[in-house]
Design a protein around this ligand. Structure first.
Ligand code: C2E
Ligand code: CA
Ligand code: CA
Length: 459
């Protein structure tokens, strides 16, 4: 098979390889490419680095070739490749057959890699124009990653091919971490355990407050799910949400979350606090009429103050149905926030059409706000854009007083992050809310927000 000839990864010993410190937006990655370029191939990789092979297959290549001819079909694949390279300048590209492209890269840590796979998938998801006619490529994305010292080239590419096989059967990109012995088995075990996990009360929620900067008060909170597996350590959402999506469990999981939030919301209301609780909604569910109907019904029946955080990628993928369903949600009083803004492909055209009142800037821009020069520009222009569209802006990942001060000057409306509070259990969250109320009552002169935030943090 043609792919087998590409087993030798360009990563080790190629001067084209550039280490990226973490998950990077295109602009940052470009910066990083100049800062971290390694001129000597022999020193290309550092022990502790991770490498990843990501395969992108154009599933409707034959169809496109039949309709447009070989030259145009190949041109589309070349364009797709160029788009990915533009979005993530640090990737090394090789063509593996006519309809498959392999992207390799090295990163300083594992956590940067999964977002890169999503970025690659996003870059391929938008339409391509030939002679004024729009074409959509249906792509399947599978990737495997491991520490550079752990696995040989053959195993890495085999695992990437395995991930691609799995991705053909699922609805999104598949990422395999092959650093631990039997990742596939692990994944299957999680799929097997998930329904019981949902039914037997192993899932629980934590709440992270969102603070209105000018009003200096908690105006909402985000519900974040965790899985207390009986025989494993606590499993964070990033390790099971994608699995739940692929295995068809995301609807029961999200409906469980909604029911739990309804219960917790009543407790918060009993304390005399009226705030909106936001739930993260997987993109898949925006196209699921049964879910939308059930969610609308429950919110209308219970009259709780609920918000949904959705990513713009979900809207870009299925614009018509997503916009229609978002309208239905907004009609029953569910507040809509656009999550992870800036992390995927941003589209002004869609933003304008959405009934969203809030835009959340992805934490990857906020975390480095005061340590690099590009992110403040991105954040500033996002705030201006959102305000022009009559939306409030939330910055997530606010960890330092310096970031808070800068965001405040830039006109950011709402902040969320470890500076104010980590995600809390419902009982700790209720205590946190009442401590905040006592604080507001006790402060007579105009408090600065930073002072209030430091109180909150120590509460
Ligand atoms: P997200 O929607 O971007 O949520 C914010 C993540 O940032 C949370 O991670 C939160 O704990 C973390 N975070 C908050 N403040 C800070 C900070 O100051 N610094 C840093 N470094 N991180 C901060 P978490 O809880 O691990 O959730 C990860 C992702 O899992 C969420 O990202 C969300 O996309 C997803 N998720 C969580 N709960 C659910 C759920 O019920 N349903 C669905 N579909 N997805 C969920
Ligand atoms: Ca969120
Ligand atoms: Ca986010």
């Amino acid at each position: 098979m043609a792919r087998a000839q590409k087993l030798s990864l360009p990563v080790v010993g190629s001067f084209e390889v550039v280490r990226v410190p973490d998950a990077l937006p295109a602009e940052q990655a470009r910066d990083s490419a100049t800062e971290h370029a390694i001129p000597d191939p022999a020193e290309g990789v550092i022990p502790g680095d991770w490498r990843m092979s990501c395969l992108v297959e154009v599933a409707n290549f034959s169809h496109i070739r039949r309709h447009l001819g070989s030259v145009e079909a190949e041109h589309l694949v070349a364009e797709l490749t160029a788009r990915v390279a533009q979005s993530i300048p640090t990737v090394v590209t090789s063509h593996v057959g006519r309809a498959t492209v392999q992207f390799d890269l090295v990163s300083a840590s594992r956590c940067g890699l999964e977002p890169v796979v999503r970025r690659i998938a996003d870059a391929c998801a938008a339409t391509f124009s030939i002679d004024g006619v729009e074409h959509t490529l249906t792509v399947v994305v599978g990737a495997a990653a491991c520490p550079v010292t752990q696995v040989d080239d053959v195993r890495l590419i085999e695992e990437a091919e395995g991930a691609l096989d799995e991705a053909r059967l699922s609805s999104g990109p598949v990422f395999r971490d092959i650093s631990s012995g039997a990742p596939t088995l692990d994944r299957l075990a999680l799929i097997r355990d998930l329904p019981a996990g949902i039914e037997q009360g192993q899932m629980f929620l934590q709440y992270q407050p969102k603070v209105h900067v000018r009003r200096q008060e908690i105006n909402s909170a985000e519900a974040l799910i965790r899985w207390q597996h009986p025989s494993r350590a606590l499993i964070p959402p990033n390790d099971f949400i994608t699995i739940a999506e692929e295995a068809g469990y995301i609807m029961p999981l999200t409906l469980w979350t909604l029911e739990q939030v309804i219960v917790d919301q009543r407790l918060i209301a009993e304390d005399g606090n009226a705030i909106t609780i936001f739930i993260n909604i997987s993109g898949q569910l925006l196209g699921n009429d049964a879910f939308i109907e059930q969610a609308c019904k429950r919110v209308a029946e219970t009259k709780v103050m609920i918000g949904f955080e959705i990513t713009e990628t979900a809207v870009i993928r299925y614009p018509e149905i997503a916009i229609k369903n978002l309208m239905r949600l907004a009609d029953v009083g569910i507040s809509i926030a656009i999550d992870d803004y800036g992390a995927g492909l941003s589209s002004l055209a869609y933003l304008k059409q959405l009934p969203a009142k809030e835009l959340k800037i992805d934490k990857m821009f906020v975390l480095q706000l005061t340590s690099n020069s590009r992110d403040p520009l991105i954040v500033r222009s996002t705030i201006d854009l959102a305000h022009a569209l009559d939306m409030e802006v939330t910055a997530e990942g606010v960890e330092t007083p310096a970031a808070l001060a800068l965001l405040s000057v830039m006109g950011c409306d709402i902040v969320q992050g470890y500076l104010i509070s980590r995600p809390l259990s419902i009982s700790d969250f209720r205590e946190f809310m009442s401590a905040d109320r006592k604080l507001s009552l006790a402060v007579t002169s105009q408090p600065t927000f930073t002072r209030a935030a430091s109180f909150w943090k120590s509460a």
